[in-house]
Design a protein around this ligand. Sequence first.
Ligand code: 48F
Length: 264
Amino acid sequence: MKGNMILDEKIITQAIIDRYFKKLKENLSVDVAVVGGGPSGLVCAHSLARKGFKVTLFERKLSIGGGMWGGGMMFNEIVVQEEGKRILDKFGIKSNSYQKGYYTADSIEAISTLCSKAVKSGVTIFNLITAEDLIIRENRITGLVLNWTAVEMANLHVDPLTVQSKFVVDATGHATEVVAILQKKNDIRLNTETGKIIGERSLWADAAEKDTMTNTKEVFPGLYVCGMAANATFGSYRMGPIFGGMLLSGEKVATLITEHLKEK
Ligand code: 48F
């Protein structure tokens, strides 16, 4: 290294602690808290942050990206249809026409770009944190209850911390975890036909992709679902490795929430 500066491990440690806690404190009260850093959650968070809203995304795992990295059965390519290609273009993700109406993209380029653009548009992402509960006031979601994923994995008895949020988005994919927690712990009715989570059905790409858009909506006051969580909640099909619906759903949920944030 140039010069005579001697690196001090204590300063390195202080820098990380100071900066992390500054970031955390700045995100204790936000416009939108997104749970899940898969494709739908990232597009949602990116769209809202670009409009100037304060958006925080919590991801359980070490890596952001959910189910997109692995393409289909670990073949790291994804497929999108015509409408989905518009979003890839918007993010500057290269796609290749396969045959009429079908495009492919490198899943690594796709998800790393979504993540990078989300962060650069102002989204704060906290990885390694799990949403384990919700805060409800007067029959409306007003925040999230969070804990370290490591606490969850080790099954330790450690109390969580909280963030306040005007809106919460469940972008947790197949497990639709946030809605499931809400249903399990509270005597409430969801905005579904049965008032409960209807559950995901077996694979049907075409119907699933269309339904994802219809099912992207508010499921309980203050709580929206997008991506695969939307279909799992409202009882539609899974779609497999076609990702247009995930991207478009993220965009749609951001538009819906924007309308409400403007009213507030
Ligand atoms: O599953 P995931 O990629 O959700 P998505 O955006 O996309 C689904 C597709 O990947 C694919 C598909 C369509 O092509 O069927 O499966 O709907 O990403 C969900 C993310 O949420 C995280 C999880 O680790 C994953 O990265 N997650 C789940 N539960 C929690 C969570 C939780 N309680 N707290 C924090 N993160």
